[in-house]
Write a protein that binds this ligand. Structure first.
Ligand code: C5P
Length: 226
């Protein structure tokens, strides 16, 4: 079965403070969305649907022109999961294709991380997500006050997240039917009763969110050139 992807890029990226949608912010002269698409293509993903903000068709077409994969764009929805659902609907691949859902903001994800996620689905996992250890000490805030949470028990979740295409479409339909709001596709899968398998994430797959993240991303690019 082929591996295909939805790249979600329909967010405004207001925390980055740029005049354009975050996915069109440039890192070393190349937009974040293009870098994300190129990273997936390098890992062998051959069909990609990118969810984009309303009214931005031409700007994204320009950013994605000549990409090394079959790329289409669809306008995203109100929240991330609405955008993913629209992206999944626009994919032409077979029901048993492996589908990755990836944040455009995780523009520098290494190909080895992408391949690791795909391999785990091929090996039989329902839903696969890359995770990282949590480096900070963590506390949970409650109505009574706050309490320690053992960070050794915690993982930070990255993308790409993967499942079989029909499995993920069905899970999203269930979440939509029940009006449940989640922040990632693993939560969608879990709501549908599927098990979630963890594989190693990578520091370079950081979600570029705030201006300081662009500085770090720039440093990662420079390190790769050495
Ligand atoms: O807001 P958050 O950082 O969780 O967004 C994660 C990703 O989802 C971003 O790449 C953003 O562009 C995308 N997104 C989307 N449609 C929305 C909201 C967010 O495609 N309605």
């Amino acid at each position: 079965a082929p591996a295909v992807a939805v790249v979600v890029a329909a967010g405004s990226g207001s925390r980055l403070g740029a005049a354009v949608p975050k996915a069109l912010v440039e890192l070393d002269g190349v937009t974040l969305v293009r870098r994300a698409v190129d990273a997936l293509a390098e890992a062998g993903i051959d069909e990609i649907v990118v969810t984009i903000p309303e009214g931005m068709v031409d700007a994204f077409a320009e950013a994605l022109r000549g990409a090394p994969a079959r790329v289409a764009t669809v306008v995203g929805g109100r929240i991330r999961q609405d955008s993913v659902r629209r992206g999944l609907a626009a994919l032409g691949a077979a029901a048993d294709a492996i589908v990755l859902v990836h944040d455009a903001a995780r523009s520098l994800v290494p190909a080895e991380t992408v391949r690791g996620v795909v391999a785990a689905v091929r090996a039989g996992a329902d839903c696969v997500i890359p995770v990282m250890p949590v480096v900070d000490s963590v506390r949970r805030v409650t109505v009574e006050g706050n309490e320690i949470v053992d960070r050794a028990d915690l993982r930070a979740v990255q993308t790409p997240q993967a499942a079989r295409l029909q499995t993920l479409r069905d899970a999203h339909a269930l979440v939509e039917r029940d009006g449940v709001e989640v922040t990632d596709d693993a939560a969608v899968c879990e709501y549908a009763g599927l098990s979630v398998t963890l594989v190693p994430g990578h520091r370079d797959a950081l979600k570029i969110t705030e201006p300081i993240d662009l500085v770090l991303a720039q440093a990662i690019l420079e390190q790769r050139r050495q």
